[in-house]
Design a protein around this ligand. Structure first.
Ligand SMILES: Cc1cc2nc3c(=O)[nH]c(=O)nc-3n(C[C@H](O)[C@H](O)[C@H](O)COP(=O)(O)O)c2cc1C
Length: 157
């Protein structure tokens, strides 16, 4: 996964070390700048069974700040924001691995250190009874939900 570079960051930033799945650690730089979810757009990505990105749409590329080449083949935790509690992602993976849909509000970290909130629906793609991949479709979350989750996630950290 790509390292954060100070020259990519817009504005004052803080640093955090994320402990990711499989013993992976990542130093991230993050700012207090929020980029509003673009009206009327769906942000879509697909991963393989292990959460490595296999497909992204144009809106995903635009919002994340990464190029398509940087995204394809990276773990989806490339967008992991330090304010997100790991229990949210445990719930996501437990739910989709049971073959069910997961819906939740996620704060994502962009390449430039800013963040954006999404309302995500993650579904397992099942072929001949087996999960072959996962797709997430994101929409604009309500401000009320974002405020609720800001408090909830801070309490879960
Ligand atoms: C289809 C799909 C989409 C995902 N989208 C995101 C996302 O937008 N942001 C994010 O932080 N994690 C997302 N995840 C969860 C990550 O795979 C990962 O679990 C999370 O970032 C936490 O990292 P960790 O599991 O390495 O601790 C997604 C997972 C799947 C299967």
């Amino acid at each position: 996964m790509l390292d954060f570079k100070p020259e990519d960051i817009v504005g004052d930033y803080k640093e955090a070390v994320l402990d990711l799945y499989g013993g992976l650690r990542r130093l991230v730089f993050y700012t207090e700048i929020e980029i509003p979810y673009p009206d009327g757009k769906l942000i879509v990505s697909t991963t393989d069974k292990n959460g490595f990105i296999t497909h992204v749409n144009k809106a995903f590329v635009e919002m994340s700040g990464y190029s398509e080449d940087e995204l394809i083949g990276s773990p989806h935790s490339i967008l992991r924001h330090p304010d997100m509690p790991s229990v949210a992602f445990k719930d996501l993976w437990d739910t989709v691995n049971r073959g069910e849909h997961w819906q939740g509000i996620v704060k994502n970290l962009r390449k430039d250190g800013a963040y954006y909130w999404v309302k995500a629906t993650v579904i397992p793609n099942i072929r001949q009874g087996k999960i072959v991949s996962y797709t997430s479709v994101r929409r604009k979350p309500s401000r009320t939900k974002v405020e609720e989750c800001t408090k909830l996630y801070a309490s879960l950290k």
